[in-house]
Design a protein around this ligand. Structure first.
Ligand SMILES: [Zn+2]
Length: 236
């Protein structure tokens, strides 16, 4: 499980790379001086300090934030100790979900390069959990829940356009829905409600403080991740 901490430079790499506007797609170097951002030379750009080694400009997520999120996620897993195979699925999911939160907050995007591996790995590791004792029933339910939640998000996007969730949210919902559905349909509902309540409260706070308007589009990915983790903590 210390692996989750050891991979924070990888998470930072994902954030720095994909927290770029849609028309750019992905970033390969420092915005200010062009020094490459690479895993060959992770320090200091991909360390907690998050500064370019060339010019000292901040690269990716703010200093310490990715590490703090990883420590919080690790603490949640260590304190609750879910069964090994379910723990592996959750850890895999978090390794992608944490960078996705930072990317979504920065550029309102949930790139396929992160949402699809999150979905595939979570689904396969839940399959391992099914084969090593849990049986097929929760795995089928997880599969149906992931696809169902994704379909629900996709339909709202098609019906409501920019006011709906977003196609990126639908892709993230495949893995989040699978993790929740593994534990039952009611947990899927709890996770979704938690996410909606959290996002509603934050939107309200932003409206009251004048930092957002009714027309503002707020990212939903961070709330989907928090709601999923919150619901999982209830059953672990
Ligand atoms: Zn630089």
């Amino acid at each position: 499980m210390l692996a989750l901490l050891a991979i924070t430079p990888l998470m930072r790499y994902a954030v720095a790379r994909y927290a770029a506007p849609a028309e750019v797609g992905s970033r390969s170097g420092c915005d200010a001086c062009g020094s490459p951002i690479s895993l060959d030379r992770p320090w200091p750009a991909l360390g907690p300090i998050a500064r370019c080694h060339g010019c000292g400009t901040r690269v990716g997520a703010p200093s310490g934030t990715v590490e703090l999120a990883a420590v919080a996620a690790l603490a949640a897993l260590l304190l609750t100790r879910p069964p090994a195979a379910e723990l592996a699925a959750a850890a895999w999911w978090l390794a992608f979900a944490i960078p996705l939160v930072f990317v979504d907050l920065a550029v309102h995007r949930l790139p396929d390069r992160l949402t699809w591996p999150a979905a595939a790995g979570t689904w396969l590791l839940l399959g391992v959990a099914a084969l090593t004792g849990a049986g097929a029933a929760p795995w089928w339910r997880a599969t149906a829940a992931g696809l169902g939640l994704a379909l629900f998000f996709a339909v709202t996007t098609l019906l409501l356009g920019a006011r709906g969730f977003g196609i990126g949210d639908a892709k993230l919902a495949v893995s989040a829905g699978a993790l929740l559905g593994w534990y039952g349909w009611s947990l899927l509902v709890v996770g979704l409600l938690l996410a909606l309540v959290l996002s509603g409260l934050v939107a309200l706070a932003l409206l009251i403080s004048g930092r957002a308007r009714w027309s503002s589009h707020l990212p939903f990915g961070p709330y989907l991740v928090l709601g999923t983790l919150g619901a999982l903590l209830l059953v672990w």
